[in-house]
Design a protein around this ligand. Structure first.
Ligand code: ATP
Length: 203
């Protein structure tokens, strides 16, 4: 089975595009959702977070997101520490998930694909591209967030033009291109690639 990644910056529309692949029957792993879930369920992550940030990290109801967000906000060292605890666990969890999937190919959606090094476990990476102004507008609209908040989150990600150069295939999710035909084209391409990988002697 072909292992495919899908990435893009804040507001690029990677979740929206990933949902289109779901509609085509492709299994999709969402690294953000997995990180949120693992922070509440993985004993190793929980112990490491408590050791690093203190017992307030969890309440009886689970992860204390407000406390954790306030702790790492504007504190680069704390954010790096949080990522170094959570990212490797998500990368390992995604590898396990991939190994359990059936079908020609499965998708892993992650904002921080190259930043976390998880492209190393994938055969193909798709980039979802949109210009920065549109990404900011989309994220502000979706989250009800200020421009400053979105720009600050965006500035912590790898530069979009570098990210897209590292991708094998790019989907333009701008307000000028039709997205569904690009998704259908890539779906066919990946089916062919998966088929060729199954029987390399045939071609
Ligand atoms: P993040 O990394 O911040 O989670 P994302 O890349 O997953 O973002 P989405 O959540 O898919 O992005 O999209 C951001 C917002 O833009 C959503 O509200 C979504 O509905 C909207 N959006 C995405 N693509 C399009 C499009 N082609 N046309 C109109 N709206 C779009």
């Amino acid at each position: 089975m072909l292992k495919v990644g899908i990435t893009g910056g804040i507001g690029s529309g990677k979740s929206t595009v990933a949902r289109m692949f779901t509609l085509l029957g492709v299994p999709v792993y969402n690294a953000d959702d997995a990180a949120k879930s693992l922070m509440n369920t993985d004993p190793g992550i929980k112990a490491a977070l408590v050791a690093e940030f203190g017992p307030q990290t969890y309440t009886a109801a689970g992860l204390n997101r407000v406390f954790l967000a306030e702790t790492v906000f504007g504190n680069a060292a704390a954010l790096t520490m949080l990522n170094s605890i959570v990212h490797p666990a998500v990368v390992a969890h995604a590898v396990q998930w991939m190994a359990q999937q059936q079908g020609p190919y499965a998708l892993k959606e992650a904002a921080l694909m190259f930043e976390s090094g998880s492209q190393a476990d994938l055969d193909v990476v798709i980039g979802v591209y949109a210009p920065e102004s549109l990404r900011i507008a989309r994220a502000m609209n979706r989250d009800g967030a200020s421009r400053e908040t979105v720009v600050s989150r965006l500035s912590k990600q790898l530069d979009e033009s570098i990210k897209m150069k590292l991708c094998d295939l790019v989907i333009a999710n701008t307000d000028r291109e039709l997205v569904i035909p690009q998704v259908l084209y890539i779906h066919q391409l990946l089916l062919q690639k998966a088929d060729a990988a199954k029987s390399p002697a045939a071609g």
